[in-house]
Design a protein. Structure first.
Length: 96
């Protein structure tokens, strides 16, 4: 499913967010239909940055997409209403 070297399909306003730094984040539904059982995923495509560096993408199951949505909403609320981090720092994010 690599898209390197190819233009991505156009994105409409109803499935794309453009960040303050100009990066597009597109959300799409992807269905792969093998003969025995179709596979359905939600894709998250973070496009090129302003300097032209390639972005990344992920294909999520419906449950993973819901978990991500829940976390995004939780942290959006924290960003709007809190000035202090919640909970202990994660072990792998400690500075040395």
């Amino acid at each position: 499913m690599a898209t390197a070297g190819r233009d991505r399909p156009p994105v409409s306003e109803d499935n794309c967010v453009v960040t303050a730094c100009g990066r597009s984040i597109a959300v799409r539904w992807l269905q792969i239909a093998p003969a025995e059982r179709p596979i359905s995923r939600v894709t998250l495509d973070v496009g090129r940055d302003q300097g032209g560096e390639p972005g990344v993408w992920a294909a999520l199951t419906a449950g993973e997409a819901r978990d991500l949505a829940r976390l995004l909403l939780l942290h959006a609320g924290l960003a709007e209403h809190s000035t202090e981090p919640v909970g202990p720092a994660r072990e792998n994010s400690r500075s040395t």
